[in-house]
Ligand binder design. Structure first.
Ligand code: PLP
Length: 394
């Protein structure tokens, strides 16, 4: 059976053109970029050309603003921990939100153990942070605001440019986790007005294990990984040359394709959402109706467990997600949905579908059929559903 992959927010397949660009750097061009002879210089050149490409696409003023990392998570860690320790004398206060990726939340929690104070801003029912709330939270001890560009679970896009005006006016640094927006919607560091921005190649048809931290010139960072002088002394370790080449190629392809993919994916998304609502009752759309990633659909089906839906979909050849990957095996409801005010039961019944560039309307029609059937079957054996129906009939 053909598999239908609808979990592009978790990861994407590597584009064959990206693989092709990477391959020579595993074999023929295997040199260590730090070596001074020809093989080394060739590898170094590939990295620097990739850096130029990424700088240009992201609207960076200087190639030195692009730091290659080992993942999006590492870029988030370097941004937050790096600023925290570099600006420790200026202050110890960091502002973030309740709906960030664990790479941001857990880094902040770790810093709290070392004397930093962190404000976790709430979000509204759509997952939006209020710019005024950011303004009110800033104190003369605040050194960093870290807010994600778009949320990985519900797809809500934050008003980063607006927030930037407030944060910059106060002389505070702004970091955005743009892992979900890079390659998905237009992304310009200068237009957003951020000092730091993270991205990850495997979310835009590049390889896993390579990311970027953009750090605007003048932003001081304390290094995370000690050793050699790679990446402007900020990240020791022999560079992932093939991965870096792949990241740059993938970003280039994604940027070139945006004009076509954004409206097409948004149309498929809205088609899918409308069909769900017309064919299934007791459904709630999670996230913002319009300020939303083009490929993101997150819905709660009342009276059923998201995990049960996913297992059934998987058996029918469909890969989707319950919002956050259940890493521990414990079925904790999503911290994002809870922060948006969803009751536990509704959060438990949520499913995330994230459409990618190769999905078709025919695939979505098949998924809708399976989904409708699955929900009906699960509700038929759900005591909660029967109880609710009984109440209505009385
Ligand atoms: C996937 C993701 C990350 C982590 O990126 P990795 O490269 O997988 O470490 C961070 N933030 C967001 C919003 C993500 O979606």
């Amino acid at each position: 059976m053909e598999r239908i992959y609808l979990d592009h927010a978790a990861t994407t397949p590597v584009d064959p053109r990206v693989v092709e660009a990477m391959l020579p750097y595993f074999t023929a061009n295997f040199g260590n970029p730090s070596s001074i002879y020809q093989e080394g210089r060739a590898a170094k050149k590939a990295i620097e050309e990739s850096r130029e490409k990424v700088a240009e696409i992201l609207g960076a003023a200087d190639t030195r603003e692009i730091i290659f990392t080992g993942s999006g998570s590492e870029a988030d860690n370097l941004a937050i921990t790096g600023v925290a320790w570099a600006y420790r004398k200026k202050g110890n206060h960091i502002i973030t939100s309740a709906i960030e990726h664990p790479a941001v939340l857990e880094t902040c929690k770790e810093l709290e153990k070392h004397g930093f104070a962190v404000t976790y801003l709430p979000v509204d029912e759509y997952g939006l942070v209020a710019p005024e709330a950011v303004r009110d939270a800033i104190t003369d001890r605040t050194i960093l605001v870290s807010l994600m560009h778009a949320n990985n679970e519900v797809g809500t896009i934050q008003p980063i440019a607006e927030i930037s005006k407030i944060v910059r006016a106060k002389g505070v640094l702004l970091h955005t986790d743009a892992v979900q927006t890079a390659g998905s919607i237009p992304l310009q560091a200068d237009e957003l007005g951020v000092d730091l921005l993270s991205l990850s190649a495997h979310k835009f048809y590049g390889p896993k294990g390579v990311g970027v931290l953009y750090a605007k010139k003048g932003t001081r960072l304390h290094r995370l990984i000690h050793g050699g002088a790679q990446e402007g002394r900020l990240r020791a370790g022999t560079e992932n040359v093939a991965g870096i080449v792949g990241l740059a190629k993938a970003l280039e392809l994604a940027a070139a394709g945006l004009e076509e993919t954004v409206p097409r994916l948004a149309e498929l998304r809205d088609y899918f959402i409308n069909k769900i609502f017309s064919r299934i009752d007791h459904v709630k759309l999670n996230g913002h109706p319009t300020r939303r990633l083009p490929g993101n659909i997150n819905v709660s089906f009342e009276f059923v467990e998201g995990e049960s839906i996913l297992l059934n979909l998987d058996l029918e050849g469909i890969a989707a997600s319950s919002g956050s990957a259940c890493t521990s095996g414990a079925l904790e409801p999503s911290h994002v949905l809870l922060a948006m005010g969803l009751p536990h039961e509704t959060a438990h019944g949520s499913v995330r579908f994230t459409i990618g560039k190769d999905n078709t309307k025919e695939q979505l029609d098949y998924v809708l059929g399976v989904l409708e059937e699955t929900i009906a079957r699960l509700r038929a054996i759900s005591p909660l559903y029967r109880e609710q129906r009984g109440r209505k009939e009385k």
